[in-house]
Structures are given as C-alpha cells and as structure tokens.
Design a protein around this ligand. Structure first.
Ligand code: ADP
Ligand code: MG
Length: 118
C-alpha cells in the first residue's frame, strides 16, 4: 500500500499523513496505520471479490456496533474502486490476548482477561 494511491476521498478525510506503518498483517486485507498530526487511523484494503464482500460486511457491522457502546473502532469511510475496497477506521491502541497471555501475567489476571474476552 502506498500513500500516493490512497483514494482521494480518504486522503481528504484524513489530511496530511505524517507516517505510515504496517502492523502484523491480517489474512484478508492489507492493513496500514496512518499517523496524522491529530489522530491515528487504520486503513484496510482488499482486492478480490470474496474479501471485498467481507470488508463491506465489516464496515456495516462496525457501524452497527458503534451505537451499542462496545469498544469498537469508529468507521469513517468505505470506498469502492474498480476491484478494490478501502475501509478507514480509528486506530485502537492495544495488544492481542495472545500477546498479553504470553507475557505471563499472574493467574488471576489471566483468568480475568480470558473471562472478559467474550
Ligand atoms: N482498528 C484497529 N486498531 C488497531 N489495530 C488494528 C485495527 N484494525 C486492525 N488492526 C491491526 O491489524 C491486524 C490485522 O487486522 P485484521 O482486521 O485482522 O485484518 P484482516 O481482516 O485482513 O484479517 C490486527 O491484528 C491488528 O493488529
Ligand atoms: Mg484478521
């Protein structure tokens, strides 16, 4: 993924990107963290029919869940372009449950984390 190739609609929304980094990638999309002077975003791009459809579903589900009060990222825009799709959302800071558990927290914290992961 390349800053220059971001859809204009998305570029306009986020303004000047100061830094682009790539987290551990998922299995269905290309994921990048976009740092601007006032906010961090996540952009996801998919490039085939099935994954495009999943990204579109993800957009709808995240919009729906946002109003439930669950801590999900706010989605800003879903963009269609030929055979690609782009989803822009808030970056949420955190680590995976796997990473947390591998840091060997005490048993009580472990149980609490697993219990809360539902
Ligand atoms: N909104 C977000 N905030 C912070 N990190 C995110 C966000 N979305 C994705 N990531 C990071 O990118 C990785 C891959 O994202 P994921 O949504 O699993 O992609 P895929 O749909 O391709 O599997 C996640 O494991 C996480 O580290
Ligand atoms: Mg994934």
């Amino acid at each position: 993924m390349n800053i220059q190739n971001l859809p204009i609609e998305i570029k306009e929304h986020i303004g000047k990107v100061q830094k682009i980094t790539f987290p551990k990638q998922g299995h269905t999309s290309t994921v990048a963290i976009l740092d601007t002077c006032d906010q961090k975003y996540i952009i996801k791009k998919t490039e085939n029919d099935l994954y495009n459809e999943w990204l579109s579903d993800e957009y709808q589900v995240l919009q729906y869940l946002y109003h439930t009060g669950l801590p999900v990222p706010k989605v800003y825009s879903f963009h269609r372009e030929d055979t690609s799709r782009w989803l822009l959302m808030d970056y949420i800071d955190g680590i995976s449950l796997r990473e947390f558990l591998s840091k060997m927290p005490d048993l009580q914290s472990k149980e609490k984390a697993i219990f809360n992961f539902r």
